[in-house]
Structure formats: structure tokens, C-alpha cells
Design a protein around this ligand. Structure first.
Ligand code: FES
Length: 94
């Protein structure tokens, strides 16, 4: 697969705490997110996009939650569709 995007350096923090991961929702998002990040990073080194897992981001009732740095943008109630929008808007270079 050809990777023709040039992402800015980003850090994506995903909460995998007990509330965000109720019914495995965060695990499902993480699997999808890892595939998206792998696609964007390709074989670049250092990797322009880092994925990190948090145990709690202190906004449990709004989960699943994701924060994107360096902007510090917070996303709540993340599902597959919102995740795709987040990646397109904040992670992929346009
Ligand atoms: S469990 Fe995800 S914010 Fe607390």
C-alpha cells in the first residue's frame, strides 16, 4: 500500500479505563486506531504519529475519550465514524 500522506507530528492518547472500555468499546477503537496510525506512519522513522494508552483521563462519563496533542483537543463519546473524522481532521496532512 502506498502511503502518500505527510502527517504532522502527533500524539494520540486513548483512554482504556474501565468506564471508557465498557463492553470493549475502547479496545475496538484502539484496534481501528492502530490500523489508521500504522497506515499513516508507513515505514517512516521516527514515526510521525504516536499512540498512547491512558488508564483514565478524568472524564469517565463522556467516554470513550481521546486527546490529540500537541493541540490538546479533547474528543468524547468517540465511535468509529467520529474516529475517522478526527484522524482526517487532526492527524492527516491535508
Ligand atoms: S475511564 Fe476513561 S476517562 Fe476515566
Amino acid at each position: 500500500m502506498t502511503n502518500n500522506v505527510t502527517p504532522r507530528r502527533k500524539r494520540i492518547v486513548v483512554c482504556r479505563g474501565q468506564y471508557c472500555n465498557m463492553d470493549g468499546r475502547a479496545d475496538k477503537l484502539l484496534k481501528r486506531l492502530q490500523a489508521l496510525v500504522d497506515e499513516i506512519n508507513g515505514d517512516q522513522y521516527p514515526k510521525p504519529v504516536k499512540l498512547e494508552i491512558a488508564n483514565c483521563l478524568s472524564m469517565c462519563g463522556a467516554g470513550p475519550n481521546i486527546i490529540i496533542y500537541p493541540e490538546g483537543e479533547i474528543f468524547n463519546h468517540v465511535n468509529d465514524d467520529l474516529l475517522d473524522e478526527i484522524i482526517d481532521e487532526y492527524v492527516r496532512e491535508r
